[in-house]
Ligand binder design. Structure first.
Ligand code: AMP
Length: 358
């Protein structure tokens, strides 16, 4: 167990790093953020900040020397940076989780190898292979996604026929996968943690609503039958074990009309659909993650309230006065100076007694 006063290094300086920083400093750790960006929401929650490129080996080496353990708040940490740091200090979650989660094709193959269900998919790296992939998926509507570096619906195009799939490949200019469109009854996620000792604690599944590819709300309980909720937790556990994982993971799921769960994607980090845990659980996903990477025991993931989390995106944040006056609303703002359309500015957790979610 890392003692209080130890330093936890975090790659990435956005809102997730900020909330990890708050959780880490509350446990008595020093938090050292490493990120290249000019504006760093995490800086206000950190003890030290290094502004450096992920390609800067000297700066990364100095960062490693200054910390006791390294974690990250985004999954697109360049492989070279992860490998360099891994040789110097423990990197938690490990490099394997990054490898799997950075490439949608590797990720889908990995999930299938564990016996988990996913949307049907096929790889495509040119217009011609896109037409073949479209046909292989049964010639029905597909979603073309870049294999790497997509987020919040970016790098995704719907294709209704083979010609559109080929055109999407040309527009995206990157290796892609085509996914069959899942006619889901709803979208769920599980945020779960695995400790250094192998203990697993999964928070309750959340029911999520996305608009324009961006998460809008997460509601807990998800109002699915108990078998579905248990299966969601089991799936997260299978993935955590297979990756020999340490820390918090987000697992996004489609709930099929018949009740089956398909894994959409995994995020090897704290996750937007777990923000409700900040106010509805004894330990938030952020504390749970810091505990895991520091080798501390996990807290139970039990939930003490029902909750709806609403993301404050772009102008939504201008309602802060009204939200601040709502008695059951817990407001979390990220300190970003500029309001832009589609930008996550904060979130609000509205709490209800157990069984009282409207
Ligand atoms: P992703 O970036 O892959 O998580 O996709 C963002 C959102 O697009 C998901 O949360 C779904 O709402 C939708 N989506 C992605 N892939 C599929 C699919 N294969 N079938 C249906 N909807 C999808």
């Amino acid at each position: 167990m890392l003692a209080p006063g130890s330093t936890i290094g975090i790659l990435g300086g956005g809102q997730l790093g900020r909330m990890l920083g708050h959780a880490g400093t509350a446990l008595g750790f020093h938090v050292h953020i490493y990120a290249p960006d000019a504006e760093l929401p995490a800086a206000e929650a950190a003890t030290h900040v290094t502004r450096g490129a992920y390609e800067d080996a000297a700066a990364l080496t100095a960062f490693a020397a200054a910390v006791d353990v390294v974690t990250y708040e985004f999954e697109n940490v360049p492989a070279s940076a992860a490998a360099l740091l891994n040789g110097l200090k423990p990197v938690r979650p490990g490099v394997k989780a990054l490898d799997v989660a950075q490439d949608r094709l590797t990720e889908k193959d990995f999930l299938r190898s564990l016996g988990l269900h996913t949307a049907p998919y096929a790889a495509a790296d040119s217009g011609a292979t896109a037409e073949a992939a479209f046909a292989a998926l049964g010639g029905r509507e597909a979603i073309v996604k870049t294999r790497r570096l997509g987020y919040d619906g970016k790098g995704q195009v719907r294709a209704r026929n083979a010609a559109e799939a080929a055109a999407a490949l040309r527009d995206l200019k990157a290796p892609c996968i085509l996914e069959g469109v899942v006619p889901f009854a709803g979208e769920l996620s599980v945020v779960a943690a695995r400790g250094l000792d192998g203990t697993i604690a999964a928070f309750d599944a959340a029911a999520n609503v996305h608009r324009e590819g961006i998460l809008r709300t997460s509601r807990v309980p998800a109002q699915v039958n108990t078998a579905v909720g248990a299966e969601a937790g089991r799936i997260a556990g299978v993935i955590l074990e297979a990756l020999d994982y340490v820390g918090v993971i987000g697992v996004e799921l489609f709930l099929a009309v018949g009740g089956a769960l398909l894994v959409n994607e995994i995020a090897p980090r704290v996750h937007n659909t777990g923000h409700w845990t900040m106010d509805a659980c004894a330990a938030s996903q952020f504390e749970q993650h810091m505990r895991a990477v520091a080798g501390w025991p996990l807290k139970p993931a039990a939930r003490w309230a029902d909750c709806e989390m609403e993301n404050l995106i772009g102008d939504d944040v201008l309602n802060w006065r009204a939200i601040a006056a709502e008695p059951n609303a817990c407001l979390h703002l990220y300190g970003k100076s500029e309001v832009r359309a589609g930008r996550k500015m904060g979130h609000v957790n509205r709490l209800y007694p157990l069984g009282g979610l409207p």
